[in-house]
Design a protein around this ligand. Structure first.
Ligand code: DGP
Length: 114
C-alpha cells in the first residue's frame, strides 16, 4: 500500500467506493466521474503506476484482472459490448498513479477515439 494513493486507500476500505467486484487480487468499483452510462475501474491490489513499472508478479495480477473483465462486464449488463482504456502517463491524462483498467459501456460509444 502506498500511503498517498487514493486507490490504495479505496482498496484498504479507508475511502468508500461503489464496489461491483472484489477478490484477493483486484477491486472493481464505479468511477466517481463517469464518462459513460456504465463506467467501472478494475484495480489490481498492488501499487504500481504504469505498465512500464510493472514487475512479473504485478503482470500476473493484470492478467487476472483482464481475465475477470468479461464476467464483470456481464454482471454490469454490458452484453452489447464495452470499451477498455488504460491511461499511461501525462499525455494520456492519467490522474491516479495506480494502474487501473476503465470499463466503459451501457451505451453506444461510437467509433471515435479508437
Ligand atoms: P485516469 O485518468 O485513468 O487516471 O482515471 C482516474 C479515474 O479515477 C477518474 O476517471 C476518476 C476516478 N477517481 C478518482 N478518484 C476517485 C475516487 O475517490 N473514487 C472513485 N470511485 N473514482 C475516483
Amino acid at each position: 500500500m502506498e500511503p498517498n494513493c487514493i486507490f490504495c486507500k479505496i482498496i484498504a476500505g479507508e475511502i468508500p467506493s461503489d464496489k461491483v467486484y472484489e477478490d484477493g487480487d483486484m477491486l472493481a468499483f464505479r468511477d466517481i466521474n463517469p464518462q459513460a452510462k456504465v463506467h467501472v475501474l478494475v484495480v489490481p491490489k498492488s501499487h504500481f503506476a504504469t505498465l512500464a513499472e510493472m514487475d512479473a508478479a504485478q503482470a500476473e495480477l493484470v492478467k487476472k484482472c483482464l481475465q475477470k473483465v468479461p464476467a464483470i462486464a456481464e454482471s454490469l449488463g454490458l452484453a452489447g459490448g464495452y470499451r477498455l482504456i488504460v491511461n499511461q502517463g501525462a499525455d494520456a491524462g492519467q490522474t491516479v498513479h495506480h494502474l487501473h483498467i476503465h470499463i466503459l459501456g451501457g451505451q453506444n460509444l461510437g467509433e471515435k477515439l479508437v
